[in-house]
Every structure is written in structure tokens, then in C-alpha cells.
Write a protein that binds this ligand. Structure first.
Ligand SMILES: [Zn+2]
Length: 413
């Protein structure tokens, strides 16, 4: 079977629902009922409108939500693992007099973002929804908590973006719409593209993961797709994630023509295997033909099996995008370097390249061994701490309250 980046978006066509307001059309939305939406909903609006979430054309109705929760499929039969919903309190809907058939204006940062044609207003048993999507209703699971925190109504309907977001530096260099990225990958003649999902500063385990997957997929390029979104204290700051990955290419650890870093705005659900499927579908929409999955992909705590993300793909029909399943890379003193779980015969003396070790190097100010974290990477981390992190490469309260937002919604003309 030949695979190339003419691979169709999920569902066959790239969704694009963007119609920016002009001086003459701004008045047409001015009188609509207005619903301010928070960061998560704003980025999901943007993702729907540019086709990151193709084939979704808006926020889901009850039939899709039920079908996704029960069977990991949309009502039309297409695989889809995670509900994409807009929650609004019943009181607010009543105050605004919003009813099915109305068009409402969704605003963010005080400016118009999108119109929504209301097709359904419904409620859902949130505990049951969480149990089915996450396999647990434990509120200690961050995705469950996110679900339980939804307001008491969901508003479904197609959305149309009326103001295009401005992506702020340094993310403007890395964020591309699916149409833009597909076009650039085609120009670069990347027919086979393997995606690397990340929320980390790359240590040598990540670097070799990419190199191994590049060879296994016989890829033309590695697309680093950094998830930029809601943060909790102790996470790496978003700026450090994209800039360190790109620096691997700048330093020539990956050739210029085979490595590219991009940013995807998404608030992680930590849904383990279901999120692995979601990541694959979004990267398919971006033009990737392959997606790498390692140990405990998008998991949290002990909720999912170590390789549950590997197993789920065997139960799915052909999604078009192919999974590249990787075991662990570790440091082996006997082999004398970074070694692969599937090759190295010294598992008893392996040294995990775990996040904790890397964090202690970054926090402790000691020079890392070249086998763990590259000095070039550490320099970028330290620069990002000063430039963006108020002195720390990890998310702090100050970073959460004072950072420059990733995107700004400009005022309409
Ligand atoms: Zn070894």
C-alpha cells in the first residue's frame, strides 16, 4: 500500500469554517445574544473552524456525545474518541433567552470569536459520561475532573469563526492551520510524515524515539506536534517545549529537511488509549501518515495499561494514519549509550531517562551527562526560564497569571 500526504483528512474533507467580519458585516453580529467562553472552548472553536478536528463542524449534540462515549464513534459511524462539547449554565441560557434555532455570538477576551447556530440544548449525566470516556469516575483523574466541572447544559451546533486569532511569539513560528501545514509539507516533498506528540523538553530518550520512528516508518520527515494548552504547576512552560525541540534541528541533530516543530493548541484530557486515537486523528488532519506511540501515551497515574495506547489500534478499522509503536529508550552503561528496550540485553542495569532525572538536572544546575540531556537543550531551557518563565522553566503561579497568552483575539474592524 502506498502512503503519502495526499491522505485525506478524517471523514474525507478538510473542514474550514472561517468568515472574518468586515466593516460591513460586523453590524450583523452586533445584536446576537453573546456568550463569553473560556480558554478551552476558544481554542476548540479555533480547532473546529480550521479543520484540526475534521469532520466536526461544531460542538457535538447528544446523539454524537452518547455514541462517542459508548462506541468511540460519531453518529455517522466515523471513529471519534473524545466528546467535544460547549457547556453553558442553564441560568445563563435562560437569561439570554437562547433557544434551538437561534444564532449566538461566542466571545473571548471581550471580542467576537465565532457564531454558533444552536441545534440542540441538552444535559448529560456527567459521572456516567466520565466513566465511559475515561474508564473511571475517579475525580482525581484530571479528565474526569474536567468532565465533572462542566456546567449543567451543553449547547450544540455548527460554528463559524468570525475573528481569526493572532498567535503570539514564539508560537507564531510554529502554529499552522491544517491547510497551511499540508501545503508546506507538500512543498517540502514530505510524502511520509511521522508525528511525535510531546509536552516535554526532549531528553535523549525522546530524540532516539524520533530517530527510531523516522527509520521504522521510512519517513521523509518527523513532525513534532507540541501540545500547547492548559498548564498545571510543575509542567514545562510551553515556550521551552517548542524552542528546545526546534533547537535539535538548529543544531543539526536532525537535518533541516527532515525535522519540523509545530504547535497544537489542546487541553490534555489524559484519556490514555482514547486520547492516543484522538492524537492520531488530529495529526492525520495535519497531513501526517504515521504517528508514534510510546509507553503510557497520554495516560496519567495508574489508570491505563503501560501499552494500552498500542493495543487500542488493533481493535480499530483502518484509520488511514498508521501507528508506529515504540518501546522504551534508556541509558545502558554496558552498551555505553542510549539503548532500545527491544535490543539491549541489560535491562537489570538500565538507567531510566525518566522525567524525574531530567528535572533534577534542570533544577539542580549540574551539567547533564551527554547521554541524558544535551547541553544545547539545557541552554535553551535556561534561556526560556529567563525570557518567558519568570526565572523557572516550570510552570509557576506567576507564569499562569502573567504569561503572554498563546493567542489573542483581535477587536473586529
Ligand atoms: Zn545494554
Amino acid at each position: 500500500m502506498t502512503t503519502n500526504n495526499s491522505l485525506s483528512p478524517h471523514g474525507g474533507a478538510l473542514v474550514e469554517r472561517v468568515r472574518p467580519l468586515t466593516a460591513s458585516t460586523a453590524a450583523s453580529v452586533a445584536g446576537l445574544p453573546t456568550i463569553p467562553i473560556r480558554d478551552q472552548m476558544a481554542t476548540e472553536c479555533v480547532n473546529i473552524a480550521y479543520g484540526f478536528f475534521s469532520p466536526l463542524t461544531g460542538f457535538m449534540g447528544s446523539a454524537d456525545v452518547e455514541s462517542v462515549a459508548a462506541a468511540m464513534r460519531l453518529g455517522n459511524g466515523l471513529v471519534w474518541p473524545i466528546p467535544i462539547v460547549l457547556d453553558v449554565p442553564h441560568d445563563e441560557l435562560r437569561r439570554l433567552g437562547v433557544q434551538v434555532g437561534n444564532t449566538v455570538l461566542l466571545t473571548h477576551q471581550g471580542n467576537p470569536l465565532a457564531t454558533l447556530d444552536v441545534s440542540e440544548i441538552f444535559s448529560s449525566d456527567l459521572t456516567s459520561l466520565a466513566q465511559r470516556v475515561y474508564g473511571t469516575a475517579d475525580p482525581a483523574h484530571p479528565g474526569v475532573q474536567r468532565t465533572l466541572n462542566y456546567a449543567d447544559r451543553f449547547v450544540a451546533g455548527d460554528i463559524t469563526l468570525v475573528c481569526e486569532p493572532v498567535i503570539n511569539p514564539p508560537f507564531d513560528r510554529f502554529w499552522r492551520t491544517p491547510r497551511q501545514l499540508r501545503s508546506e509539507l507538500a512543498d517540502a516533498n514530505w510524502l511520509r510524515v511521522v508525528a511525535h506528540q510531546t509536552r516535554n523538553v526532549p531528553h535523549s530518550g525522546h530524540e532516539y524515539l524520533m530517530k527510531g520512528a523516522f527509520m521504522e516508518a521510512r519517513a521523509d520527515g518527523v513532525l513534532v506536534s507540541a501540545v500547547i494548552g492548559e498548564k498545571k504547576e510543575g509542567d514545562y512552560i510551553d515556550e521551552a517545549i517548542v524552542l528546545t525541540h526546534d533547537h535539535l534541528r538548529e543544531c543539526g541533530f536532525f537535518r533541516d529537511d527532515i525535522h519540523r516543530t509545530t504547535a497544537l493548541m489542546w487541553d490534555m484530557r489524559y484519556a490514555g488509549p482514547r486520547e492516543a486515537v484522538f492524537h492520531a486523528l488530529v495529526r492525520k488532519n495535519l497531513g501526517c501518515t504515521h504517528h508514534m506511540f510510546g509507553r503510557d501515551h497520554a495516560g496519567v497515574g495508574e489508570y491505563y495499561g503501560r501499552y494500552a495506547a498500542h493495543e487500542i489500534f488493533s481493535e480499530l478499522p483502518d484509520l488511514g494514519i498508521q501507528s508506529v509503536l515504540t518501546l522504551e529508550w534508556w541509558y545502558c552503561p554496558t552498551c555505553g549509550g542510549v539503548a532500545y528496550e527491544g535490543i539491549c540485553g541489560h535491562p537489570d542495569t538500565k538507567q531510566d531517562l525518566a522525567g524525574r532525572l531530567i528535572r533534577s538536572i534542570i533544577s539542580g544546575g549540574t551539567d547533564p551527562a551527554p547521554q541524558t540531556l544535551r547541553a544545547e537543550t539545557l541552554q535553551v531551557v535556561q534561556r526560556c526560564a529567563q525570557q518567558y518563565g519568570f526565572g523557572s522553566p516550570f510552570v509557576t503561579e506567576q507564569y499562569l497569571s502573567q504569561r503572554t497568552p498563546v493567542m489573542t483575539i483581535p477587536a473586529p474592524p
